[in-house]
Design a protein around this ligand. Structure first.
Ligand code: UDP
Ligand code: MG
Length: 325
């Protein structure tokens, strides 16, 4: 059946790392959920196998043989969740892309709500967790992470969101220009802008298998989020230096006070050593902070991000609105 020219193409991107026991159910569920809309949209499913060590790839190959709409990308080794999603976004070809975890923690039916918002004209619709069924430890660390990220980051990164979201082709095109190696996609999507909105949902438990995010990877990911979008940790060095220098100044006041008002309690030599220590320590840390400021600038230059993204250009009234390449 030839597709009508008006049919919009919607692609799902699924990062897969050892999800053997989830793939069949996942595909069955997205297939069922999207079936009623098959008239309106041309759906496709892109599975990115991120170097799985179980039978995931075989399962995916089987799936691609059964369902013509399935594409499988096999990465050469495990590159991590963010890289798997990036590979999917680089290779996908659709008018909108829905990124979803493959363990059924992101309920496929929510994808329909994302599509509705897209139809209303939003370019990014992120699914925001109203509740989540993770361990108390995960909830606590995630809470602390989002709190500090929002305090420090230069852009407004919505809390309680993962990578589960719909993004319009325009934003995918923009995102492809960001080639930094330590990637925090949800931050980049906020950074890029365009019309964004949220849809609330309740996050389920992982259906089967174990998390691909042990504590070590989680900490690294948190560091990518904070270091990628903030130079606050570097600036903290300078503040620390000022604080220590202030201590040496207070020390001077104290010593002068003792000399003037209670000379009999003064211990010889003590004052000079202590004050010199705080003073030199402070100066050294301030100088580290100065280095930090230059390193911070070098870092953002090296990230080599595009300087801006253009959404549209308007010239005289009545002129067509062009979206430049
Ligand atoms: N994932 C991946 N590569 C990895 C780790 C995870 O592609 O190195 C995928 C995984 O298959 C899942 C998604 O990323 O679809 C989220 O991972 P997971 O559910 O393990 O993380 P959690 O929900 O526990 O934070
Ligand atoms: Mg999960």
């Amino acid at each position: 059946m030839p597709t009508k020219p008006t049919t919009r193409r919607v692609a799902f991107v699924f990062p897969i790392y050892n999800e053997e026991a989830n793939i069949d159910l996942l595909h069955k569920t997205v297939d069922e959920v999207t079936a009623p809309l098959a008239e309106r949209y041309d759906f496709s499913f892109l599975y990115v196998d991120d170097g799985s060590r179980d039978g995931s790839l075989a399962k995916l190959t089987e799936l691609a043989e059964r369902d013509q709409r399935v594409t499988v990308i096999e990465l050469s080794r495990n590159f991590g969740h963010q890289m798997a999603v990036t590979a999917g976004l680089d290779l996908v070809d659709a008018d909108a892309v829905i990124i979803m975890d493959s363990d059924l923690q992101d309920p496929p039916r929510v994808a329909l709500e994302l599509l509705e918002k897209w139809e209303e004209g939003y370019d990014v619709v992120y699914a925001q967790r109203r509740s989540r069924q993770d361990s108390a430890f995960k909830k606590l660390t995630a809470g602390a992470f989002y709190w500090s990220l929002r305090k420090m980051a230069a852009v407004d990164i919505p809390k309680n969101t993962g990578d589960f979201r719909l993004i319009d082709r325009k934003v995918v095109d923009e995102l492809r220009k960001y080639r930094e190696r330590d990637r925090f996609l949800r931050g980049l999507v906020s950074y890029i802008g365009f019309k964004q909105t949220a849809v609330l949902f309740d996050r389920d438990k992982r259906h089967a298998g174990v998390t691909g995010y042990p504590l070590r990877k989680m900490l690294r990911f948190a560091a990518d989020g904070i270091l990628g979008f903030s130079t606050t940790p570097l600036r903290m060095i300078t503040r620390m230096g000022y604080l220590i220098s202030l201590l040496s100044f207070l020390g001077v006041l104290y010593v002068v006070g003792v000399k003037l008002f209670a000379p009999e309690t003064a211990v010889p030599g003590w004052a000079f050593i202590t004050i010199a220590m705080f003073f030199l320590g402070g100066i050294q840390i301030i100088m580290l902070g100065v280095l930090g400021s230059y390193i911070g600038r070098t870092y953002s230059q090296v990230q080599n991000r595009p300087l801006y993204g253009v959404a549209s250009v308007r010239t005289r009234p009545g002129d067509p609105v062009a979206v430049p390449e």
